[in-house]
Design a protein around this ligand. Structure first.
Ligand code: DCP
Ligand code: MG
Length: 431
C-alpha cells in the first residue's frame, strides 16, 4: 500500500552496504535503463561524467533493494538517491516502455564502438577512445596494427576475443577452482581456496574466474603462486599470464594512487592471465544419478616436475597453434610468445580469463570481502567507512588513520562488525 511504501522509503538505509540486494529483484527494467546512462557516463570518463556515473550507480543500487515494484514515480518519494534526471528516465520507461535518452545512447556509433573496444581484455576507456580517434571501426582494424601498445593483455585479448566474450558458466568456474584446490593442496597442505567475484554472490555467469588463496598460518602462502601456475601449466591449463608481486606495506596507507595507474585493485601477490578450459568443463558428463562430474580426482603434479617448470607459465602444447616469437618486454628478460595464429586446427578448449590472488591469513577476510564485491558494494563500504567511522577500508584491512593500526578480523562477520554494519550474506551484496 502507498502508506507502507512511504514508511519503507522513510526507513530506507542510506548506504548500499547496509542494504540487502539480491541478484533477482523487482525493478530490472528500470535498473537496466539507468545502467546504460551510468555506463555511458563511465565511458565518457571526464570529471563531470564521473559524478554523473556515481549518481546513476547510486540510483540503480536503490532500485535493486526496493521491496516493491515501482509503477509510478510517486512511489519513489523520500528516497534521496533518486534525482530528477533518474525520475524522468523512470517515468519514460514506465509510460512508454523505454527511455528516449537510453535509446539514443544505445543507437550511437560511439557507444557501440566503446562497448566493443572496452570488452577486450586490457582495454579501458582511454585506449578505446584513442582507437576511435584513429578511425578504427572494429577489432579487425586493431588486429591489423598488431597490438600497437605492446601490452600482452591486449595482444592476447584480441587473439582470443571470441572465446573471452562467451560468458564463463558457473559449472566451468567450479570445475576449474576444484583443480586449483587439488594442485594447491599438493603444494601447500591446508591451503584455503575460495571462488570469489560474482560467482560467490550467486551469479550463474561471469566474465572471468576469480580465486582467492590463503593458508591458516600467516606467511605459509609465500612461494605458492609460482608452483601453482607451473602445476596448472603441466596440466595443460595455462595459456598466458603474468604474476604481480606483493607490494603491500603496512606503513603506507595511502598507496592506492599507485594502483589505479596500473589497473590494480590491491597490493596482493597475484596472477592475471588466460587459462585453457577443456570443453568438458562446461559439458559435464551426466552420471546415472544425474550429478555433474566436475571433480575427477587426478594424481597431482610432483615436486620435481614443478621445479623444472616453476618459472614458466606457458605450456608447450600451445606451439601447435601459436608461433613463438622472441620479443623482449620493457625492463624484463621474459621472452614472450605472441599470439600469432599459424593453424586454425580445431581445439578442445576455450580461453578463459582467470585471476588468482594470494592473501596472508591476517588480511584474508578483508580480501574475501573485497574480492567478493560487488564493485558498488566495495565503493560504498569504503566511502561509508571513511565518512561515518573515519576509518580506511581496503582489501588488506581496516585502518585507523591516527593510530595506523589495522583492526584484525577472524571472519567476514567480524569485518562487518568492525564496520558497525549488519552482516550481509554474499548473495545479498549484489547492490
Ligand atoms: N572489484 C572492485 N573494483 C573493481 C573491480 C573489481 O572492487 N574496479 C572487486 C569486486 C569484484 C571482484 O573484485 O566483485 C572481482 O572483479 P570482477 O571484475 O571479476 O567482478 P565480478 O566477478 O563481480 O564480475 P564478473 O561476474 O563479470 O566477473
Ligand atoms: Mg569476476
Amino acid at each position: 500500500s502507498p502508506a507502507e511504501e512511504n514508511e519503507c522509503n522513510r526507513n530506507f538505509p542510506e548506504w548500499a552496504c547496509q542494504r540487502k540486494a539480491k541478484l533477482e529483484h523487482l525493478n530490472k527494467k528500470l535498473t537496466s535503463a539507468v545502467e546504460v546512462l551510468q555506463e555511458f557516463a563511465e565511458l565518457r570518463d571526464s570529471n563531470q561524467d564521473y559524478s554523473r556515473a556515481l549518481a546513476f550507480r547510486r540510483a540503480s543500487s536503490v532500485l535493486k533493494s526496493l521491496p516493491f515494484q515501482v509503477q509510478n514515480v510517486e512511489q519513489l518519494k523520500g528516497l534521496k538517491d533518486i534525482g530528477e534526471h533518474v525520475k524522468t528516465v523512470i517515468s519514460d520507461v514506465l509510460d512508454h516502455g523505454s527511455s528516449s535518452e537510453v535509446e539514443e545512447i544505445l543507437k550511437s556509433e560511439w557507444f557501440k564502438k566503446m562497448k566493443l573496444f572496452t570488452s577486450v581484455f586490457g582495454i579501458g576507456p582511454s585506449t578505446a577512445k584513442a582507437w576511435i580517434e584513429r578511425g578504427w571501426e572494429n577489432l579487425d582494424d586493431a588486429q591489423k596494427d598488431g597490438c600497437p601498445s605492446g601490452d600482452w593483455r591486449i595482444a592476447w585479448g584480441l587473439a582470443f576475443f571470441e572465446d573471452l566474450n562467451v560468458p564463463v558458466g558457473r559449472i566451468e568456474a567450479i570445475a576449474f577452482s576444484q583443480i586449483v584446490q587439488e594442485e594447491a593442496e599438493c603444494i601447500l597442505p591446508g591451503v584455503i581456496t575460495t571462488l570469489v567475484g560474482g560467482f560467490r554472490r550467486g551469479k550463474s555467469q561471469g566474465h572471468d574466474v576469480d580465486i582467492l588463496l590463503s593458508h591458516p598460518t600467516d606467511g605459509a602462502e609465500m612461494g605458492l603462486l609460482p608452483k601453482l601456475i607451473a602445476a596448472l601449466g603441466k596440466r595443460g591449463l595455462v595459456l598466458i599470464g603474468h604474476k604481480e608481486k606483493n607490494s603491500f606495506r603496512s606503513d603506507i596507507l595511502y598507496q592506492d594512487f599507485k594502483l589505479s595507474a596500473r589497473g590494480q585493485l590491491d597490493h596482493f601477490e597475484k596472477w592475471l592471465g588466460i587459462c585453457k578450459f577443456p570443453k568438458s568443463f562446461s559439458t559435464p558428463k551426466i552420471s546415472k544419478k544425474s550429478k555433474p562430474e566436475i571433480n575427477q580426482p587426478t594424481p597431482c603434479t610432483t615436486d620435481t616436475d614443478l621445479k623444472a617448470t616453476a618459472d614458466s607459465s606457458l605450456d608447450e602444447s600451445m606451439n601447435e597453434l601459436y608461433e613463438p616469437k622472441a620479443k623482449k618486454t620493457k625492463g624484463s628478460e621474459a621472452i614472450e610468445l605472441e599470439p600469432n595464429r599459424i593453424s586454425a586446427a580445431p581445439r578442445d578448449w576455450l580461453a578463459r580469463r582467470v585471476d588468482l590472488i594470494i592473501a596472508p591469513k591476517s588480511q584474508y577476510y578483508y580480501a574475501l570481502v573485497g574480492w567478493t564485491g560487488s564493485k558498488h558494494f566495495n565503493r560504498d563500504a569504503r566511502l561509508y567507512a571513511q565518512k561515518k567511522l573515519g576509518l580506511k577500508l581496503t582489501s588488506h584491512g581496516l585502518f585507523n588513520l591516527e593510530k595506523r593500526e589495522p583492526l584484525t578480523a577472524q571472519s567476514e562477520e567480524e569485518v562487518f562488525s568492525h564496520l558497525k554494519l549488519p552482516y550481509i550474506d554474499p548473495a545479498d551484496r549484489n547492490c
